[in-house]
Ligand binder design. Sequence first.
Ligand SMILES: [Zn+2]
Length: 110
Amino acid sequence: MTATLHGPTRSSADHQELLRGMLEEQFAVHTARLTQLTVHARHAGHDPHTLEALIASTRERIAETAQALRRMSEGTYGLCLDCHKPLPLGRLHALPHATHCTRCERRRTS
Ligand SMILES: [Zn+2]
């Protein structure tokens, strides 16, 4: 593969590739964690409620990450689901599975 550099500024495609890598890594991490939690669930000595909560939140993370990867393949990734404006790159780098801009997010949670 020949690497072609387009100068010091990253194109949005480069950002998308970077974010896709982050999402795929997150997906792998959470999937491994879920497997681990499920294995632990078979052993005695673990608080079943804590374990259940951990499994539920891990499943949620996996779903969020999978949805973000799907939006990426559909070409709708990085757009706010409410106002359809592009999310700032800083927000996506901090939260690659973000679905809403900070303004809509605040409105939704308030
Ligand atoms: Zn918005």
